[in-house]
Design a binder for this molecule. Structure first.
Ligand code: 5GP
Length: 219
């Protein structure tokens, strides 16, 4: 099963508390890098103003979501803030087979499940921290996406989300959007040249050895 995938590809898992900027960062990176794709999750949460089915999320109801669970259509799914969110398996595998990189904007539960899944060799995980709790609250209030009650709930959840920071490979503090975006790209570039992601390395080494043999037989 695992062998059909191209492990030169990366599953870049980005988590953070709501309001720390992970979705904007993920979207900006995908927009500027044509080989990186965004994994569009399925959710039972109703669309917010301006959200479109198939763009931010695939919006569905709980019955259909349960059906997808039963059919094994998710790599992972979790309940977050009373709604269900899931990462579709089919699309992810298609990207992987084609050697594409994929960004996953998921909560810590999704992060753990993807890291421990059959896709683990491809996973790089990044946690985004807010520069301060005040900034986090301001961002949640200013984005006008949620009412005050939801903002307060998200502040409470933020503490528990942040408590999972040490489970991630890289930790970035979002004190400057452009800087953090550049750092994520740097992480992707460095991870690409890790030994286990260079699929063609064994062939290259055998070519060097053949050249050594030729060299020795000619001296
Ligand atoms: P929001 O409703 O604000 O778009 O997202 C709420 C939370 O759900 C965010 O932390 C987001 O990263 C997370 N989330 C979005 N999609 C998924 C998914 O497919 N799986 C998991 N586990 N979390 C997700």
């Amino acid at each position: 099963m695992v062998n059909k995938f191209n492990f030169n590809s990366m599953l870049i898992v980005i988590s953070s508390p709501s309001g720390a900027g992970k979705t904007s960062l993920a979207k900006a990176i995908v927009k500027e890098n044509k080989n990186i794709y965004f994994s569009t999750s399925v959710t039972t949460r109703p669309p917010r103003d301006g959200e479109e089915n198939g763009r931010e999320y695939i919006f569905t109801n709980k019955n259909k979501f349960d059906e997808m669970i039963k059919n094994g259509e998710f790599i992972e799914y979790a309940e977050v803030f009373g709604n269900y969110y899931g990462t579709p398996k089919g699309k992810t595998e298609e990207f992987l087979i084609n050697g594409k990189d994929i960004i996953f904007d998921v909560d810590w539960q999704g992060g753990t499940k993807i890291r421990n899944s059959y896709l683990s060799p491809s996973v790089v995980s990044i946690f985004i921290l807010p520069p301060s709790i005040k900034t986090l609250q301001e961002r949640l209030l200013n984005r006008n996406k949620d009412d005050d009650k939801t903002v307060n709930l998200r502040m409470k959840e933020a503490r528990s989300e942040i408590s999972h920071w040490s489970e991630y490979d890289y930790i970035l503090v979002n004190d400057n959007f452009e800087k953090v975006k550049k750092n994520i790209i740097k992480i992707i570039e460095i991870e690409k040249i890790k030994r286990n992601r260079q699929n063609l390395l064994p062939d290259f080494i055998s070519k060097l050895n053949t050249e050594f043999d030729d060299f020795i037989s000619n001296t």
